[in-house]
Design a protein around this ligand. Structure first.
Ligand code: S3P
Length: 181
């Protein structure tokens, strides 16, 4: 099947956007774009270094520039950083320039996946005992936006990643005309 439009993968840190996105890109034979990778390449800095050197607001500024610039590319699979959804400008692109897919997991699953994670500046300084609380609080702010995706995939329902990806492909192939959000 030929991809007619961008696929935006959205969801909280650790939801599998990169792993799933790479696989989808192979299956649809299109480019895989990870906005965090582009941001790192553009700045010659890792994501934690950008946060440390310039702070979150500068990171968000660059993130919005990158998201705005990739829309003009041919249809691709695009993995977005978990916080990209917080910006109204980004949401306008995500919900109006392609098909958005929310990779949704239970908070407890995210917690397990994110334990001992030091590559994510917003979680790396949180002690293990406070991690679940932090994820819940961030999800509280974000989930209303994630839920606006054209397609919501409840990841916990699938026995393994292959079945999950098969389901996503089925959803993409049968999805009718993206509506304006
Ligand atoms: C962030 C998620 C990260 C990265 C940055 C901020 C967030 O991307 O963009 O650390 O605010 O949730 P992943 O969701 O790919 O981990």
């Amino acid at each position: 099947m030929q991809l007619q439009t961008h696929i935006f993968l959205i969801g909280f840190m650790g939801c599998g956007k990169t792993t799933i996105g790479k696989d989808l890109a192979v299956k649809f034979n299109v480019q895989f774009i990870d906005t965090d990778v582009i941001i790192s390449e553009k700045t010659n800095l890792s994501i934690p270094d950008i946060f440390e050197k310039w702070g979150e607001s500068k990171f968000r500024e660059i993130e919005t520039q990158v998201i705005g610039s990739i829309v003009a590319l041919p249809p691709s699979i695009i993995s977005l950083g978990g916080g990209a959804i917080l910006s109204e400008q980004n949401r306008s692109v995500i919900f109006n320039s392609g098909l958005s897919i929310y990779l949704k997991w239970r908070v407890k699953t995210l917690f397990k996946r994110l334990a001992d994670c030091d590559s994510r500046p917003l979680l790396s300084n949180i002690p293990q005992s406070k991690l679940l609380e932090q994820i819940m609080s961030m999800m509280n702010e974000r989930s209303k936006y994630y839920e606006r995706a054209h397609i919501v995939i409840p990841g916990d329902r699938y026995k393994n990643i292959n079945l999950l990806i098969e389901h996503i492909i089925h959803e993409i192939s049968t999805y009718k005309i993206p509506t304006i959000r």
